[in-house]
Design a protein around this ligand. Structure first.
Ligand SMILES: Nc1ncnc2c1ncn2[C@@H]1O[C@H](COP(=O)(O)OP(=O)(O)OP(=O)(O)O)[C@@H](O)[C@H]1O
Ligand SMILES: [Mg+2]
Length: 228
């Protein structure tokens, strides 16, 4: 069986001593989608940030698409993992929306023309084609979120890690995102407090509790067992 994500006994302690992850074991098969549920502060974002090496394990191991997380593999792992940040302001940094979305393809060696084409296609998918020339910091919160998602799609990653992707999206935008994600073949790790949204995309979930995975089961079972 091939795993797109393989995490073994991952622990992470922040500099101030907060033990945010405690011996987490996690596997995701290629092409599968799983929801990461759990209370505020339970470690979901901390976990996500390990999947593209923004945070590096205090102990334990992380492998993505068969590559172990280390300095040598970091660049390639980042190419294969598309992480949509919980806060879009951490994601958008170029002068225009188009340049922002084209950044990933350019960084992976696409020609400027190809990168722009990929960016236009991705922006159209999230309904932001008409904002291509705008400054990202002049967008509304929901528009920023859509552009951040387009930026990930433009890079055509093998794994999508989406940290609260529906925050700020209006109801049609949420439905559109669910349909869009559902149509993509990539493996997806979906961090969300929006259970109906998660259910549109998968029946499977893990439940984080105080830095540990307390359950790996169906969304329905988590709703029942943890009153989620
Ligand atoms: N930079 C940081 N320095 C110190 N502690 C941090 C830092 N970031 C997060 N934490 C702590 O680590 C724990 C896990 O936080 P994390 O952001 O991973 O939670 P989460 O499950 O994503 O929560 P939410 O649902 O609110 O997004 C919390 O106790 C949090 O206070
Ligand atoms: Mg979080």
């Amino acid at each position: 069986m091939s795993f797109i994500v393989e995490v073994k006994s991952l622990s992470y302690t922040y500099e101030d001593g907060t033990a945010a992850l405690r011996e987490v074991d996690f596997e995701l098969e290629a092409g599968k989608t799983v929801a990461l549920l759990g209370a505020n502060g339970s470690g979901k974002t901390t976990f996500a940030l390990h999947l593209n090496g923004i945070l590096r394990a205090t102990s334990g191991t992380v492998s993505v698409d068969g590559l172990e997380m280390n300095d040598r593999n970091l660049r390639e792992i980042r190419r294969r993992v598309g992480l949509v940040f919980q806060d879009s302001d951490n994601q958008l940094f170029m002068p225009t929306v188009l340049e922002d979305v084209a950044f990933g393809p350019l960084a992976s060696g696409a020609s400027p023309g190809d990168a722009a084409e990929k960016a236009h296609t991705a922006l159209a998918k999230v309904g932001m084609g008409h904002k291509a020339g705008k400054a990202p910091w002049h967008l509304s919160a929901g528009e920023k979120k859509r552009v951040a998602i387009a930026g990930i799609l433009a890079g055509d990653p093998r794994l999508l890690v989406l940290d609260e992707p529906t925050t700020f999206l209006d109801p049609p935008g949420q439905r559109g995102l669910a349909d869009l994600l559902d149509s993509l073949p990539q493996a997806k790790l979906l961090i969300t407090h929006d259970v109906p949204f998660a259910r549109r995309l998968t029946g499977e979930a893990v439940f984080f509790q105080e830095g540990r995975i307390a359950a790996k089961t169906s969304i329905a079972a988590i709703v029942q067992e943890f009153g989620w």
